[in-house]
Design a protein around this ligand. Structure first.
Ligand SMILES: Cc1cc2nc3c(=O)[nH]c(=O)nc-3n(C[C@H](O)[C@H](O)[C@H](O)COP(=O)(O)OP(=O)(O)OC[C@H]3O[C@@H](n4cnc5c(N)ncnc54)[C@H](O)[C@@H]3O)c2cc1C
Length: 441
């Protein structure tokens, strides 16, 4: 059986590794980029100077996949697909065009930064960050001393991380968003405010409730126009979320939320031998019980493996996602799983919530007490846990992993109160989950 994978980043790498481990397939893999497996999640550390370079942000090279009947075509763009005759049409870096054929096809074409049509967005010195090359261009520009003032458009996860990174480089940073507060789509107000305070304390200027209407400049950007007036800037970073790269399937494949490919629980599209995984495919959200677009490397890797198993003939259904994510801003870790109260209300879901604010918690790494703010969100009807948010200087990843599992399995908040957790004085603090869950009872 001959399998073609289009896109060799997180979903594509995970799928390719899985298929190679299983054996028995002839694999051809295509990517238009030279670099594969780039961890955008480390971009902020690189741009902020905490990493000396971006070289360490890769975990695979094309050679890892080549050989044993597998061919990797990098710097080769797939221009179109004839799904009927199972052919793909490609152009390599020298402009040479050729055709390849498949028995089964996996689309892992991912996503690109959304660049809404803001007038002037094509001026020089306006960047979006996704690829290694975006990182290189941004780092190069920030290194110029005359680039002093940075305008950042969009205060979602990436925009907030970029604001910290640019500020760490000694720049004057202005962060704009139309939403009433930062991280609006991901978190509730108390968490946005905790993170915003860490940023404003370091001098980042945050303008929420502010619409960016255009960029000024002749060749390079020199100003940003907003509903609060004009700000002089020397560089801009635009972070308005991402959009799936799904041009190849237009007119043939079915589409789901946010312009993603509609796939079933086995990552299969509406065509029997065509699969999709990662940012270009939709995923079932266990919290909202709806399919949605999720742009996360964690989801890309998981769905890539699932697609590969199903392609290879090992039926493996997806168990849904909670879109769990983490962010660290000036050491404050914001961890989330499932949905926030705001997101739930936006969807018309009737939820309740409990907060534990400023709890003292023993930090395992240094033995000191640290503050923790925790919110649990649950359905009013059956009391199933549908979301959680945690902010702390301590690393409470273990806690959010447990909560992610609870949301995945629709555990009730009452059952969560009696979850069996170990106690060991040097590593564990108070059982905050029980404390919060009992408040709900
Ligand atoms: C700044 C930043 C920080 C992030 N931080 C995190 C984080 O902390 N945690 C997390 O889980 N996620 C994070 N993400 C999201 C994560 O990077 C994406 O969800 C992930 O990259 C998706 O992987 P993918 O393989 O589905 O798609 P992509 O990474 O988008 O890869 C798709 C690949 O397909 C190739 N391709 C597309 N079309 C074609 C074509 N026609 N022909 C040939 N090749 C093609 C592209 O060149 C690309 O290499 C972050 C994203 C950004 C931008």
């Amino acid at each position: 059986m001959k399998v073609i994978i289009i896109g060799l980043n997180h979903a594509g790498c995970a799928a390719a590794k899985t298929l190679l481990n299983l054996g028995g397939v002839q694999l051809h893999i295509y990517d238009q980029m030279r670099e594969i497996s780039f961890l955008s999640c480390g971009m902020a550390l690189w741009i902020g100077g905490q990493l000396a370079s971006g070289e360490g942000l890769f975990y695979a090279s094309p050679d890892d996949f080549s050989g044993h009947g597998t061919k990797v075509f990098i710097e080769t763009r797939v221009d179109s697909i004839d799904f009927k005759s199972r052919k793909i049409f490609c152009t390599d870096k020298h402009g040479k065009q050729f055709v390849d054929t498949y028995d089964k096809l996996l689309l892992t074409t991912g996503s690109r930064p959304r660049r809404a049509g803001i007038p002037g967005i094509d001026l020089d010195n306006i960047f979006s960050v996704k690829t290694y090359r975006d990182g290189e261009a941004t780092v190069r520009q920030l290194a110029r001393p005359e680039v002093r003032r940075i305008g950042i458009v969009g205060a979602g996860y990436v925009g907030v991380e970029m604001a910290e990174a640019c500020c760490r480089q000694g720049k004057e940073v202005y962060l704009f968003d139309t939403a009433p507060r930062i991280l609006y789509t991901h978190t509730d107000r108390i968490f946005s405010e905790l993170i915003a305070k860490r940023m404003t304390d370091r001098g980042i200027k945050i303008y929420t409730g502010t619409r960016v209407t255009g960029f000024d400049g002749t060749k390079s950007v020199n100003g940003i126009r907003t509903s609060r007036g004009r700000f002089g800037i020397d560089m801009a970073l635009v972070n308005l979320g991402s959009e799936p790269c799904t041009e190849l399937g237009r007119g043939v494949l079915n589409f789901g939320p946010g312009g993603t490919y509609r796939v079933d629980d086995y990552q299969q599209t509406n065509l029997p031998d065509v699969y999709a995984a990662g940012d270009c495919a939709c995923v079932y959200n266990n919290a909202t019980e709806e399919y949605e677009a999720v742009s996360l490397a964690s989801n890309a890797i998981r769905t890539g493996i699932i697609a590969a198993l199903n392609i290879a003939g090992f039926p493996s259904p997806h168990h849904g996602s909670q879109a769990s994510s983490g962010l660290s801003i000036y050491d404050m870790k914001l961890l989330t799983t499932g949905i926030s109260v705001r997101a739930a209300q936006n969807l018309g879901l009737d939820v309740k919530w409990v907060d534990v604010e400023d709890a003292e918690y023993l930090n395992a790494s240094d033995g000191n007490k640290v503050k923790v703010t925790l919110r649990l969100v649950y359905m009013s009807s059956d009391r199933a846990l549908v979301g959680a948010q945690i902010a702390s200087l301590a690393d409470l990843s273990g806690m959010i992993h447990a909560l992610s599992l609870a949301v995945q399995n629709r555990m009730t908040i009452d059952a969560l109160a009696w979850q069996d957790v170990f106690i060991m004085s040097e590593i564990t603090g108070e059982n905050l989950l029980r404390k919060a869950a009992l408040q709900a009872g």
